[in-house]
Design a binder for this molecule. Sequence first.
Ligand SMILES: [Zn+2]
Length: 262
Amino acid sequence: MRVLPISFCALLVAITAYGCASASDPEAEGTSSSSAEELSSAAVTNDLPVGTVLEATTDVNLRTGPATSDRVLRVVPTGARVTVVASKPQNGFRKVDYAGTTGWTFGAYYVKPGTSTILFPIQNRAVVDPPSTWSQDQGVDIATVGAACGSRAVLVAVADGTIVREGISGFGPAAPVLHVEGGPLNGRYIYYGHALPARVPVGAHVKRGEAIADVGCGIVGESSGPHLEIGISAPGGPTCCPGVHQTSGEMMSLLLAAYHAK
Ligand SMILES: [Zn+2]
């Protein structure tokens, strides 16, 4: 599946629309050594003081050790809070206490309560399929309820920045690329695949929350139907686009935090 980025994307969207397993399942944390390594650059895997409270952004396993081969003690449900009991993470896993049970859990699926680095790209949550249906390839695929598109599914800038490009092969003729200016993601590029039309021209400076495009109606790019694929460049990487699973775990973590933020 990793060598078929675009066409697999379309297939995956078709599948997830019917509720198949996805990357936010508890079993998906650290499913390969590369995913743990790629996430090690994200802020969520930094050392944290013992006693720090974190909130789960999805259902995630609590294990006996810092690896997916370690036994699952229980599942920490979405929105539950855990307390950090060891400052240093290992292999992307944190040692935490959850309701009296101490174990290891994958750090990328936690945020500090009430914080979100990016704004969620679709502000009308009513048209967003739930996180359990999202899937990762180069970016994160998010389908809409009832194939909502156009003015019913407006895409906003997830951070302040400049639209530096519109139109990406495989993602449609108007798919925008946002250059982030300021904040923790300063200098990174975020693409919005399968968007149509764009609502601002190339070169536009946009504020976090400003409408920049719509989820395209029909088939836009290599796609099976209306959805957003949103992804982020590697630090120092090209404008577009990252490799399959290169940064998708980081994007998923950012999106989950944003989705659950008030
Ligand atoms: Zn995709």
